[in-house]
Design a protein around this ligand. Structure first.
Ligand SMILES: C[S@@+](CC[C@H](N)C(=O)[O-])C[C@H]1O[C@@H](n2cnc3c(N)ncnc32)[C@H](O)[C@@H]1O
Length: 234
């Protein structure tokens, strides 16, 4: 059964974006590494492994550019674009990516992409749960070359009893940690509700298939996250 975020709270996932990301850019890299026990690095490495040889790659919701830089390092001759809605995250991304000459960062909404070019691959880590699957996939399809891939990664609500116990305990601890990290407090309270209510994997899989993409799923770390890859045949 899929729970909707509105049943757990009064807001839509989209409204959380400025509340989560307006003031957290400077500490994001440390927090994501620490709160996922380093798994974020492994998950991003798995995303990069799925990218086919490419001349152009678009990283949606690039944040501080952790994934964007990994992509740029693996494909030094490709043109890489990172887009994000958050000004402060993009500022951090630009500073941290001075060595990667093949990345440009642009402020855009992934649901209203307007880049005037088509890509061999579009990636994103942690955007899916904030967006409408229909709108995001349509937006991506306008920017994909034939044969190109969309690779989406995000958190899942655990389904096994043991994983769920650990997951609940983890967020209880983060709730307490939030008292000492006030800029992250709201994230630590609202993120578990959002993950619990999100049915992003099924919804994006359905939307990709509806648009004629072939789909592949890789579950990661006791199904606490997953990578969904859609390939556009023509
Ligand atoms: C958790 S961060 C992830 C950053 C990066 N992808 C990573 O994995 O480290 C989520 C990012 O999504 C961005 N975001 C959310 N909705 C977006 C949208 N519709 N268009 C562009 N960026 C969006 C936020 O501004 C934030 O920087």
């Amino acid at each position: 059964m899929s729970l909707h975020y509105l049943e757990l709270t009064t807001e839509s996932p989209r409204d959380l974006v400025p509340r989560f990301f307006d003031e957290t850019a400077l500490t994001y890299d440390k927090i994501i590494r620490w709160t996922t026990f380093g798994k974020d690095k492994y998950w991003k490495d798995e995303i990069v492994k799925k990218i086919p040889p490419s001349d152009s790659i678009l990283d949606l919701a690039c944040g501080t550019g952790i994934l964007t830089r990994k992509i740029a390092q693996k494909f030094p001759n490709a043109k890489i674009i990172g887009i994000d809605v958050s000004k402060s995250y993009l500022e951090v991304a630009k500073i941290k990516s001075k060595l990667e000459q093949n990345i440009s960062f642009v402020r855009q909404d992934a649901e209203k992409l307007n880049l005037n070019s088509k890509f061999d691959c579009i990636t994103s880590s942690y955007i899916s749960k904030y967006c409408s699957p229909k709108v995001l996939i349509e937006s991506c399809l306008k920017h994909l070359k034939p044969g190109a891939k969309i690779i989406l990664h995000d958190f899942l609500y655990p389904t096994t009893e043991v994983a769920l116990k650990f997951w609940n305990l983890h967020f209880k601890v983060l709730n307490i940690v939030g008292y000492f990290l006030p800029k992250w407090r709201e994230v630590f309270i609202e993120l578990p509700k959002l993950i619990r209510s999100s049915n992003w994997l099924d919804e994006y899989e359905r939307e990709m298939k509806k648009n004629g993409l072939t789909v592949e799923i890789q579950y990661l770390t006791w199904k606490s996250s997953a990578i969904l890859t859609g390939t556009k045949i023509i």
